[in-house]
Write a protein that binds this ligand. Structure first.
Ligand SMILES: [Zn+2]
Length: 275
Protein backbone atom coordinates (compact mmCIF):
# COMPACT_ATOMS: atom_id res chain seq x y z
CA UNK A 1 0.00 0.00 0.00
CA UNK A 2 1.22 3.51 -0.72
CA UNK A 3 1.89 5.97 2.05
CA UNK A 4 -1.34 7.71 2.99
CA UNK A 5 -3.25 9.44 5.75
CA UNK A 6 -6.27 7.61 7.15
CA UNK A 7 -9.00 8.20 9.70
CA UNK A 8 -8.80 6.98 13.28
CA UNK A 9 -12.55 6.29 13.39
CA UNK A 10 -15.51 6.72 11.05
CA UNK A 11 -17.50 9.94 10.87
CA UNK A 12 -14.88 11.99 12.69
CA UNK A 13 -14.38 14.71 10.08
CA UNK A 14 -12.05 12.85 7.71
CA UNK A 15 -12.83 12.71 3.99
CA UNK A 16 -10.76 10.05 2.26
CA UNK A 17 -12.53 10.55 -1.08
CA UNK A 18 -11.30 14.12 -1.34
CA UNK A 19 -8.04 14.67 -3.22
CA UNK A 20 -5.92 15.22 -1.20
CA UNK A 21 -7.74 13.66 1.76
CA UNK A 22 -9.13 16.16 4.23
CA UNK A 23 -9.64 16.49 7.96
CA UNK A 24 -11.78 18.97 9.90
CA UNK A 25 -10.06 20.15 13.07
CA UNK A 26 -11.98 22.20 15.66
CA UNK A 27 -10.53 25.55 16.65
CA UNK A 28 -8.77 25.07 20.01
CA UNK A 29 -9.29 21.32 19.72
CA UNK A 30 -7.51 18.33 18.26
CA UNK A 31 -8.01 15.43 15.87
CA UNK A 32 -5.81 12.39 15.54
CA UNK A 33 -5.15 10.72 12.18
CA UNK A 34 -3.16 7.72 11.06
CA UNK A 35 -0.26 7.74 8.64
CA UNK A 36 -0.07 4.38 6.92
CA UNK A 37 3.30 3.09 5.70
CA UNK A 38 4.98 6.25 6.87
CA UNK A 39 8.01 4.84 8.63
CA UNK A 40 10.95 7.24 8.61
CA UNK A 41 9.04 10.12 7.01
CA UNK A 42 9.15 13.68 8.32
CA UNK A 43 5.67 15.04 9.07
CA UNK A 44 5.14 18.79 9.30
CA UNK A 45 2.42 21.42 9.03
CA UNK A 46 2.58 23.89 6.14
CA UNK A 47 1.26 26.58 8.46
CA UNK A 48 1.75 25.81 12.18
CA UNK A 49 -0.02 29.00 13.37
CA UNK A 50 -3.23 27.55 11.79
CA UNK A 51 -2.72 23.89 12.70
CA UNK A 52 0.21 22.25 14.39
CA UNK A 53 1.06 18.55 14.32
CA UNK A 54 2.78 16.23 16.76
CA UNK A 55 3.34 12.52 16.73
CA UNK A 56 1.48 10.40 19.25
CA UNK A 57 4.09 8.09 20.75
CA UNK A 58 3.11 4.48 20.14
CA UNK A 59 4.44 1.13 19.11
CA UNK A 60 4.95 0.93 15.35
CA UNK A 61 4.33 -2.82 15.26
CA UNK A 62 1.03 -2.64 13.37
CA UNK A 63 2.50 -0.53 10.60
CA UNK A 64 1.07 2.94 11.11
CA UNK A 65 1.99 6.12 12.93
CA UNK A 66 -0.48 8.48 14.62
CA UNK A 67 -0.43 12.26 14.55
CA UNK A 68 -2.37 14.72 16.64
CA UNK A 69 -3.35 17.91 14.84
CA UNK A 70 -4.27 20.98 16.89
CA UNK A 71 -6.47 23.74 15.47
CA UNK A 72 -4.97 27.10 16.43
CA UNK A 73 -6.56 29.55 14.04
CA UNK A 74 -9.53 29.34 11.65
CA UNK A 75 -8.26 28.61 8.15
CA UNK A 76 -6.86 25.92 5.90
CA UNK A 77 -3.44 24.32 5.67
CA UNK A 78 -1.84 20.94 4.95
CA UNK A 79 0.04 18.27 6.81
CA UNK A 80 2.92 16.95 4.70
CA UNK A 81 4.73 13.63 5.01
CA UNK A 82 8.10 13.83 3.26
CA UNK A 83 11.08 11.66 2.61
CA UNK A 84 13.87 14.18 2.29
CA UNK A 85 12.54 16.65 -0.28
CA UNK A 86 10.00 14.22 -1.75
CA UNK A 87 6.33 14.53 -0.79
CA UNK A 88 4.89 11.11 -0.02
CA UNK A 89 1.48 12.02 1.39
CA UNK A 90 -0.56 15.14 2.04
CA UNK A 91 -3.57 15.78 4.26
CA UNK A 92 -5.53 19.00 3.84
CA UNK A 93 -6.80 20.60 7.03
CA UNK A 94 -9.68 23.00 7.71
CA UNK A 95 -9.76 24.51 11.18
CA UNK A 96 -13.35 25.42 11.95
CA UNK A 97 -14.88 27.59 14.63
CA UNK A 98 -17.74 26.10 16.64
CA UNK A 99 -21.08 27.04 15.11
CA UNK A 100 -24.07 26.79 17.45
CA UNK A 101 -27.56 26.16 16.07
CA UNK A 102 -30.38 26.79 18.55
CA UNK A 103 -33.40 24.59 17.89
CA UNK A 104 -37.05 24.76 18.99
CA UNK A 105 -39.08 21.55 19.15
CA UNK A 106 -42.80 22.24 18.67
CA UNK A 107 -45.32 19.47 19.33
CA UNK A 108 -48.34 20.32 17.20
CA UNK A 109 -52.08 19.77 17.66
CA UNK A 110 -55.19 21.34 16.10
CA UNK A 111 -58.76 22.16 17.10
CA UNK A 112 -60.14 18.85 15.79
CA UNK A 113 -58.07 16.62 18.02
CA UNK A 114 -55.27 15.81 15.58
CA UNK A 115 -51.95 15.76 17.39
CA UNK A 116 -48.47 14.32 17.04
CA UNK A 117 -47.97 11.02 18.77
CA UNK A 118 -44.42 11.98 19.72
CA UNK A 119 -43.57 12.91 23.30
CA UNK A 120 -41.40 15.72 24.60
CA UNK A 121 -39.28 13.30 26.64
CA UNK A 122 -37.56 12.23 23.39
CA UNK A 123 -36.01 15.64 22.73
CA UNK A 124 -32.80 15.29 24.74
CA UNK A 125 -32.00 12.01 23.00
CA UNK A 126 -32.56 13.59 19.58
CA UNK A 127 -30.23 16.45 20.45
CA UNK A 128 -27.58 14.03 21.71
CA UNK A 129 -27.70 11.96 18.53
CA UNK A 130 -27.60 15.03 16.28
CA UNK A 131 -24.57 16.35 18.13
CA UNK A 132 -22.92 12.94 17.80
CA UNK A 133 -23.21 13.42 14.03
CA UNK A 134 -22.40 17.11 13.71
CA UNK A 135 -19.85 18.01 16.36
CA UNK A 136 -17.05 15.59 15.47
CA UNK A 137 -17.46 16.09 11.72
CA UNK A 138 -18.16 19.80 11.23
CA UNK A 139 -17.90 21.41 14.70
CA UNK A 140 -21.59 22.35 14.78
CA UNK A 141 -23.40 22.11 18.11
CA UNK A 142 -27.18 21.77 18.35
CA UNK A 143 -28.59 23.51 21.42
CA UNK A 144 -32.13 22.90 22.66
CA UNK A 145 -33.72 26.34 22.75
CA UNK A 146 -37.28 25.37 23.64
CA UNK A 147 -39.68 22.44 23.84
CA UNK A 148 -43.24 23.62 23.26
CA UNK A 149 -46.73 22.31 22.66
CA UNK A 150 -48.47 24.47 20.07
CA UNK A 151 -52.08 24.33 18.87
CA UNK A 152 -53.05 25.58 15.43
CA UNK A 153 -56.38 27.34 15.71
CA UNK A 154 -58.16 25.40 12.94
CA UNK A 155 -58.85 21.87 11.76
CA UNK A 156 -55.82 20.86 9.69
CA UNK A 157 -57.29 17.50 8.75
CA UNK A 158 -55.48 14.18 8.66
CA UNK A 159 -52.71 15.48 6.36
CA UNK A 160 -50.83 18.77 6.69
CA UNK A 161 -49.82 19.97 3.26
CA UNK A 162 -47.31 22.24 1.59
CA UNK A 163 -49.15 22.76 -1.69
CA UNK A 164 -48.78 26.39 -2.78
CA UNK A 165 -46.36 25.25 -5.55
CA UNK A 166 -48.91 22.79 -7.03
CA UNK A 167 -51.21 23.91 -9.87
CA UNK A 168 -54.94 23.45 -9.30
CA UNK A 169 -54.76 22.94 -5.53
CA UNK A 170 -56.94 25.31 -3.53
CA UNK A 171 -55.03 27.77 -1.37
CA UNK A 172 -56.91 26.46 1.67
CA UNK A 173 -54.97 23.18 1.42
CA UNK A 174 -51.65 24.94 1.98
CA UNK A 175 -51.40 24.61 5.76
CA UNK A 176 -47.63 25.02 6.15
CA UNK A 177 -47.99 28.71 6.92
CA UNK A 178 -50.60 28.08 9.63
CA UNK A 179 -48.13 25.81 11.39
CA UNK A 180 -44.93 27.81 11.08
CA UNK A 181 -46.72 30.95 12.29
CA UNK A 182 -46.37 29.38 15.75
CA UNK A 183 -42.58 29.17 15.54
CA UNK A 184 -40.25 30.21 18.36
CA UNK A 185 -38.56 33.20 16.77
CA UNK A 186 -35.80 33.15 19.36
CA UNK A 187 -34.51 29.85 17.90
CA UNK A 188 -32.41 29.54 14.75
CA UNK A 189 -34.31 26.49 13.51
CA UNK A 190 -37.78 25.15 14.39
CA UNK A 191 -38.98 21.57 14.17
CA UNK A 192 -42.75 21.03 14.12
CA UNK A 193 -43.68 17.51 15.09
CA UNK A 194 -46.91 16.76 13.18
CA UNK A 195 -49.06 13.68 12.56
CA UNK A 196 -48.79 13.49 8.74
CA UNK A 197 -47.07 15.73 6.20
CA UNK A 198 -47.18 15.83 2.39
CA UNK A 199 -45.80 18.22 -0.22
CA UNK A 200 -46.88 16.71 -3.55
CA UNK A 201 -50.02 16.25 -5.62
CA UNK A 202 -50.95 12.93 -3.99
CA UNK A 203 -51.54 13.77 -0.32
CA UNK A 204 -53.30 10.43 0.21
CA UNK A 205 -49.98 8.62 -0.36
CA UNK A 206 -47.24 8.97 2.24
CA UNK A 207 -44.32 10.13 0.10
CA UNK A 208 -42.71 12.73 2.37
CA UNK A 209 -41.36 12.20 5.89
CA UNK A 210 -40.43 15.78 6.51
CA UNK A 211 -40.04 19.07 4.74
CA UNK A 212 -37.50 21.77 5.53
CA UNK A 213 -37.74 25.25 4.10
CA UNK A 214 -35.82 28.19 5.43
CA UNK A 215 -35.63 27.95 9.21
CA UNK A 216 -38.59 25.57 9.66
CA UNK A 217 -39.15 21.85 9.30
CA UNK A 218 -42.41 19.90 9.50
CA UNK A 219 -41.62 16.37 10.64
CA UNK A 220 -44.28 13.66 10.63
CA UNK A 221 -44.91 10.79 13.03
CA UNK A 222 -44.22 8.16 10.34
CA UNK A 223 -40.80 9.56 9.41
CA UNK A 224 -38.99 6.25 9.64
CA UNK A 225 -37.03 4.62 12.43
CA UNK A 226 -33.87 6.74 12.59
CA UNK A 227 -35.67 9.81 13.89
CA UNK A 228 -32.72 11.84 15.16
CA UNK A 229 -30.62 10.94 12.10
CA UNK A 230 -33.44 12.23 9.89
CA UNK A 231 -33.63 15.37 12.03
CA UNK A 232 -29.90 15.86 11.50
CA UNK A 233 -30.49 15.45 7.75
CA UNK A 234 -33.20 18.14 7.87
CA UNK A 235 -30.89 20.38 9.88
CA UNK A 236 -28.35 19.83 7.09
CA UNK A 237 -30.86 21.46 4.72
CA UNK A 238 -31.19 24.38 7.14
CA UNK A 239 -27.40 24.66 7.02
CA UNK A 240 -27.58 24.98 3.23
CA UNK A 241 -26.90 21.51 1.87
CA UNK A 242 -29.05 19.66 -0.70
CA UNK A 243 -30.25 16.09 -1.11
CA UNK A 244 -28.08 13.58 -2.97
CA UNK A 245 -29.56 10.50 -4.62
CA UNK A 246 -26.72 8.67 -6.37
CA UNK A 247 -25.84 5.22 -5.07
CA UNK A 248 -22.35 6.50 -4.26
CA UNK A 249 -23.87 9.11 -1.95
CA UNK A 250 -25.49 6.51 0.28
CA UNK A 251 -22.95 6.83 3.12
CA UNK A 252 -23.77 10.53 3.41
CA UNK A 253 -26.10 12.20 5.91
CA UNK A 254 -27.51 14.17 2.98
CA UNK A 255 -28.49 11.06 0.98
CA UNK A 256 -32.14 11.64 0.12
CA UNK A 257 -33.75 8.41 1.34
CA UNK A 258 -34.79 8.10 4.98
CA UNK A 259 -33.27 5.20 6.94
CA UNK A 260 -31.10 4.22 3.94
CA UNK A 261 -28.52 6.94 4.50
CA UNK A 262 -25.30 6.93 6.43
CA UNK A 263 -24.10 9.72 8.70
CA UNK A 264 -20.97 10.82 6.87
CA UNK A 265 -20.44 14.52 6.14
CA UNK A 266 -17.80 14.86 3.39
CA UNK A 267 -15.57 17.88 2.88
CA UNK A 268 -17.85 19.64 0.38
CA UNK A 269 -20.92 19.36 2.64
CA UNK A 270 -18.92 20.35 5.72
CA UNK A 271 -17.76 23.51 4.00
CA UNK A 272 -21.35 24.39 3.13
CA UNK A 273 -22.77 23.66 6.60
CA UNK A 274 -19.97 25.34 8.58
CA UNK A 275 -17.94 27.43 6.14
ZN1 LIG B 1 -33.58 15.93 2.37
Amino acid sequence: MPTRFAEMRTNDGFDGRATPPWQMVPLNGTKTVKLMDGRGLTVTSSNPPIASVEEVPMCFADGHREFRIRGRRVGTTSILAKQGGTLRARLDIAVKRKKTVTVAFNFVSDTAGHRTSRGTNAVDGWVRTMNGIFTPQINVEITKKSVRTVRVNKNLGSVIRFSSHLPGVSAAHHEWDDVIALRDNSADFNFFLVWEYEQDATPGTDNADAGALGANCLFEDAAGAEVAETMAHETGHFLGESDYYNAADRPFLMYGYTDSRGRKIPKAHANTMNP
